[in-house]
Design a protein around this ligand. Sequence first.
Ligand code: NAD
Length: 476
Amino acid sequence: MRSILDDIFPCFVAGKAVASSTTFDVTNPYNNEVIAQVAQVTPAETEQAIQAALEGGEPLSRYRRYEILNAARDLLLERSDAFARLICAESGICLQETRYEVGRASDVFQFAAMEALKDDGQIFSCDVSPTGKARKIFTLREPVKLISAITPFNHPLNQVVHKLAPAIAAGAPVLLKPSEKTPLTAIRCAELLYEAGLPGWMLSVLLGPLDEVAKTMVTDPRVELVTFTGSVNIGKQIAHEAGYKKVVLELGGNSPLIILDDADMDLAVHLAAEGCFRNSGQRCTAVKRLLVHENILAEFTQRFVERAAEYVVGDPAEEQTRVGTVIDEAAAMRLESVVNDAVAAGAKVLLGGERRGAQLSPTVIADVPRDAEMVVCESFGPLAPIMSVRDIDDAIELANATDFGLSSGVVTDSLDHALRAVKGIRTGTVNINEVPGYRIECSPFGGVKDSGLGIKEGVIEAMKCMSNVKTFSLPF
Ligand code: NAD
């Protein structure tokens, strides 16, 4: 892989690199250095990308899709260090996390390659009712004609691969618009896919003014599916603007970790710290609220503060760092401000709270009022607000007292409590004795309420959205 400072990072129109003179800068959030310029596409180039995708080319056999995805996985593993360093440089997320992310993305390619070989077609015999005929109805899947995929900054590689790999496995062409905050990894990922054998018409990477590029990708009637991962406000705006087409929305979260008084305390402390602070707290499924049974509140709080202090904050590119920056200084300042507001309303900062530029140290806050902005809205950073709950019913009620419904975790030794939580919490996922974010890359994933429309992602579910079922019947 070339050095990140070698040249201007291009966009790609149907596999062809386009590098106009209009560029924007990508900066390292840790030291504010400009690490690269990215070329923007013109509206005419966006139109060329759409036309090339619709014109298409030789459809890829299942085996060819499998080969391309496997080759992409191999190339990614060969370049894993360079990808981890690039994600780290443009996002400020520490190397320990970005290495983990590259591993996840390689899983996505692997699972998508496996799924490309499978056919989920069904056969229905029609002579199963009094009026039935001697016919059979068959199903097959056809790829949608064109997908617009729009991704956020917080997993610059994995979010992109979660859109592209299932699309390739399903045989559907994609226009990708990664986040302007972290476009470099996405561009290198596209190059890797072309190198793995992906035909140009199957993928374009478009960056430019939102009112030109993103708006066209959302509103153009030739686009059959818009798949968006990002914040609630933008997701709802896209739902409004997209018109008559499929829309998949994977939006924000406000995940609770409920810790009951029958919990294994070591496990609870471990899961709370991992859930709150990994990826600088910038996972849609990061723990955003610790709901702790009042009987164990004091012991948990003391042990959790000790554990949180072990998370080394520092230069994201240093091997020992466990918490890098958040995405930029403005985001860190917003987090600082919600902490200050909670303190003004009676909360106490037990650890952290110090900000240096885009870096906020892991911050543990106790006695957080239930209506504090920090716990009502999504606080996308390493904040750990602790709230006391009386019992399982109070915990479930508080877990549900949010507009979000992405994921949740419960730490308990009681099967009864576990089952009540699974039934009672209104989120797309409930993990018992695990962090809310636990998943594998091919299991169904997605939220309800403001976190999403209940349409799942994960390789298998995403492939279903990226294709349409056709039925045909034959007289036999
Ligand atoms: P964001 O909504 O600000 O941006 C996401 C993408 O949308 C970016 O590519 C951005 O350029 C683009 N965009 C912005 N305005 C647009 C418009 N008007 N039309 C079309 N596209 C537009 O989100 P972000 O700050 O990059 O990411 C963080 C958010 O993403 C958090 O809320 C997080 O919870 C959420 N997220 C959700 C999931 C999930 O699977 N549910 C996963 C990761 C992140």
